[in-house]
Structure formats: C-alpha cells, structure tokens
Design a protein around this ligand. Structure first.
Ligand code: CU
Length: 375
C-alpha cells in the first residue's frame, strides 16, 4: 500500500490523481460521453464527458463539474433557499421609541455534505454554512443571543460599529461550550457586512464554516439626498419588492486540513448553481449581497457573463463605487453589493464565476437562468 505524505500530495494531484475520500465528487461525469476533435497535433480525438442531466449548462467549461447530488435535506439547508432566506429576528418597541431587533443563534458541530459524497466536519451557526443572513435596519438596537452548543469555544464578531466588550474576541464575548452571551449594539453603519467567529486559532474557526451575512439596510429618512435608493434597499418596502435580491457568500473548504482548499463554492455546495441555475426575471433588477470569506487564498472574485454591473464596496454608500464592471475582486472579509439587469438581453443561461480558473473548476461557478416571467 502506498504511503502518502502531505508534502508529496498537492491539492491538484490529490484531486486529479484519485485515491482519497475527497476524490469521488470531482471526477467528471460519465453518464454521457461525446467524442470531440483533438487539439492540434494530437491525432486521436479527445474525449469530452458531459453530465447527462443538463449538458447545455455544463459545456461552456468543458463539463468540469461534480457528479451526483448533495442531500440538502440531510444538510438541513438548500443553496437555492439560502439565496433569499433573510433572518430578520423578532422586533419589539423600546421605551424611547426605537426598535429592538433580537436574533437567536446557536453554535453546533455538524457534518455537512459540501459536494456529492464529500462530507465535511463543520462548525456551524444555526446548523448551516453559511450561517443565517441577518438583516436589520439602520439605527435599530440589536440584541443577539448566542449559545454555544459546540465542542469548542466560539463567538460572534460583527463587522460594524460597537463597543470593545461586544467585539466577540477572546475576553470580550468568546464563550465556552454550554455558555451563553448576549451581544448588544446599534445597527450601523448601513451596508453589506458579515459576522464570524473570532476564537483562536482564527483560520481554523473560519474555514470550519462559522460566518454569515450581516446586512444593515439604510433608513430612508436619514438619507434625503438618495431616498429612492435607500427605499429600494429597505427590506419590506414596495420599492425593495421590485428587486431580485440574492445573498451569496464565496467560500471554500480544506477537506484534508493541509492549509489549502480542495473545494470552492458560492454558498457552500460546489457547483450548486450550475446544476440548479438561479432563475431571475429579465425585466427586474438584480442585487447581490456578496461576501468573500474564503480562507487560505488571499483573493477571490466574481465575474458576470454577457453583462456589466455597478458595485458598492462594503455597501456603505448609496452611489456606486465602481460603475460598468464585469469583474470585481474581494480580499478576505471584503464584501459589497452588485446591481445589474438583464432587461435588454434575450432570455437564457448566463454564467457567473470566480475568474481564478482553478476556483471555477473546483466548484465556484454557477448560472443565472434569465426568464421572461417566473411561474
Ligand atoms: Cu469558532
């Protein structure tokens, strides 16, 4: 039997060479085999293998896509539902007339399936990766009741403005298994933020899955110069209902714990939106709340096919920080809003993916299915 060492086994050779538990899902699907002309000086035809399910969606990247399906019921979360599943907590009135918004979050150890047949021993918020997408409105008082049912110390560190003792770092909100901590602070600034565990060692707690979106909608009354834009971002307003809003977290998984990622994804499941394209109506604008929480690789990116978008870095402005771009990059923990429309396009499948080709092939690629109307 071969003795394999980490040093002898790069992630590429691991993925391409076979022989370990992480291999099964990345082999190319063989349910339908198509012969194709070989390249240049190769006499024999190359073999291109395509998924038998929806080949038209897969061919653009040479069918480099996982085989089979992930059991979302067993995971307890579905990538399509994660896109629009905002957790708005419960709202009550404070004596001073402000709103108090309360969230309840638990940390749990949970094995999840991140690609067909590939199980990952995750640490989760509320049993899912990414954790719930919290959504509040600027100026509210927030109360987050955090209970640690996991096997390690954990915390919730919020990107935003708050006091030192609410920071979720060791000595200020990192709690032992079985304990509870209540974070409380005002919702500010408005924007597209995130929360994550800040227990040490940090990289370990991050790549195990402890992160999620923390969106603070602008209060239109506070932004008279851009009131229409603020209203369009305020969840529940008629102006907001016009938009197709999507929550996306670019993440990755180090399945053999060698400090490098073997799988990349948007919302955890490799190739999930390639297999189940995201349906959007062509006449309605799209807004993506995008976060990069990929550990180990310094930069991730988002590239949109056949279209350009406006970008609001960190979501803290009501005017774009970049206009008419088809690619943005985000360093670790960077995030922002993307806004675009396919109104002038013909209906069809439009790809989006990281423009790091390796990330694309290892799971971070999906499709928008632009349709006339959603049935
Ligand atoms: Cu943690």
């Amino acid at each position: 039997m071969l003795r394999w060492t980490q040093a002898a086994l790069s992630r590429r050779s691991l993925l391409l060479g076979g022989g370990a538990a992480t291999i099964g899902a990345t082999t190319i699907c063989a349910s339908k085999t198509v012969a194709q002309e070989g390249h240049g000086d190769h006499g024999a035809p190359a073999t291109v293998q395509m998924s038998g399910t929806t080949p038209s969606q897969h061919s653009a990247h040479g069918a480099m896509i996982t085989v089979g399906t992930v059991d979302s019921d067993r995971n307890g979360f579905h990538p399509t539902e994660i896109l629009t599943d905002w957790y708005t907590g419960t709202v009550t009135d404070l004596p001073d007339g402000r709103k108090l918004r309360t969230f309840e979050i638990t940390a749990e150890d949970k094995e999840i399936e991140i690609a067909p047949g590939v199980m990952f021993p995750a640490w989760t918020y509320n049993g899912r990766v990414p954790g719930p997408a919290l959504r509040a409105t600027e100026g509210e008082r927030l109360r987050i009741i955090f209970r640690n049912f996991g096997s390690h110390p954990h915390s919730m560190h919020f990107h935003g403005i708050h006091s030192a003792r609410m920071d979720g770092v060791p000595g200020a909100g990192v709690i032992a298994p079985g304990d509870e901590f209540v974070y409380e602070f005002d919702a500010r600034p408005f924007g597209c933020h995130l929360y994550h565990c800040h227990a040490l060692p940090l990289a370990r707690h991050l790549h195990k899955g402890m992160y999620g979106l923390f969106v603070v909608d602008p209060d239109p009354a506070r932004h008279p110069d851009h009131q229409d834009v603020a209203k369009s971002r305020l969840l529940g307003s008629p102006e907001n209902a016009e938009w197709q809003e999507l929550a996306m977290i670019m993440n990755a998984f180090d399945t053999n714990f060698d400090g490098e990622n073997e799988f990349y994804a948007c919302n955890t499941i490799a190739h999930c939106y390639a297999k189940e394209p995201i349906r959007i109506e062509k006449d309605r604008p799209v807004r993506i709340y995008l976060v990069n929480i990929t550990e180990f690789d310094p930069i991730n990116s988002f590239h949109l096919h056949g279209n350009f978008f406006d970008y609001f870095d960190q979501g803290t402005t009501l005017t774009p920080t970049l206009r008419m771009v088809d690619l943005i990059m985000q360093c670790q923990a960077q995030r922002g809003l993307l806004e675009f429309t396919y109104r002038e396009h013909e209906a069809g499948l439009y790809m989006f993916h990281a423009h790091q080709s390796e990330f694309t092939e290892l799971g971070w690629m999906g499709m928008f299915d632009v349709v006339e109307t959603l049935s």
